[in-house]
Design a protein around this ligand. Structure first.
Ligand code: SF4
Length: 222
């Protein structure tokens, strides 16, 4: 089956499985989403959602956050991984938003990626989920699933992002990104899985891959 056909079939399946989705990270506006996405690196969304209420009760705008000492931010987010680096990034990017962007989150990749702690994936989530602009955030989970489903042979998340953008209509990028995340959470166990029993891998993964991985259950994340 051609990749384009596979992508159409996967999209139809995902649309049927996840017609409505909530954005997993709780937020009020582009700034609180930006901070939440930054916190989600090497941390579960559930943990981020536990941490952000007290952080945003203390400061929920760049102006307010810029006045909070880094040590206090670090304390408030201490249960997320990489708290020291994330606290510095939140403090610094908040100051830059105030000084250079009028206290607003900019809606451009270039300006977002210039902020401390904001990489392409974080910028893509903000562009898509805060501003509704075309972006296809690809993390390691989406990268692995795109490979298993035969949608990309990309060796890097960047290449996979380019491949997925060609396969799915631009207006669906943000939705498909979320649907793949939801699918992975529901269907991809942390250890051992059965490709032949999986609603998508069973027909989209190559036969050789199904035979190989069904005999030797995979360990680790999908
Ligand atoms: S559960 Fe396993 S078989 Fe199913 S999509 Fe995830 S990686 Fe593929």
């Amino acid at each position: 089956m051609k990749r384009e056909e596979k992508a159409r079939r996967i999209q139809a399946q995902l649309d049927a499985l996840y017609p409505e989705m909530e954005i997993p990270l709780h937020h009020e506006d582009p700034y609180t989403l930006l901070v939440a996405v930054l916190l989600s690196a090497q941390c579960t969304d559930a943990r981020v959602n536990e941490v952000t209420p007290s952080l945003f009760a203390r400061a929920s705008t760049p102006e307010q956050m810029a006045r909070v000492p880094v040590a206090e931010i670090r304390h408030l987010i201490r249960s997320c991984g990489l708290a020291p680096a994330k606290a510095k990034a939140i403090a610094e990017l908040s100051k830059v938003l105030v000084a250079e962007h009028g206290g607003k989150v900019p809606a451009s990749f270039e300006e977002l990626e210039a902020l401390r702690g904001v990489g392409h994936k974080t910028a893509s989530v903000v562009m898509s989920q805060a501003f509704g602009l075309p972006a296809f955030p690809v993390d390691t989970h989406i990268h692995r699933l795109a490979s298993r489903w035969g949608l990309s042979r990309g060796k890097s998340v960047e290449q996979t992002e380019r491949d997925l953008k060609k396969l799915f209509p631009t207006e669906s990028w943000g939705r498909v990104h979320l649907q793949i995340i939801y699918f992975g959470r529901e269907h991809c166990p942390a250890r051992g899985h059965d490709l032949a029993a999986c609603p998508i891998c069973s027909w989209a993964a190559s036969k050789a891959r199904i035979a190989r991985e069904t005999k030797t259950p995979r360990r680790g994340k999908p």
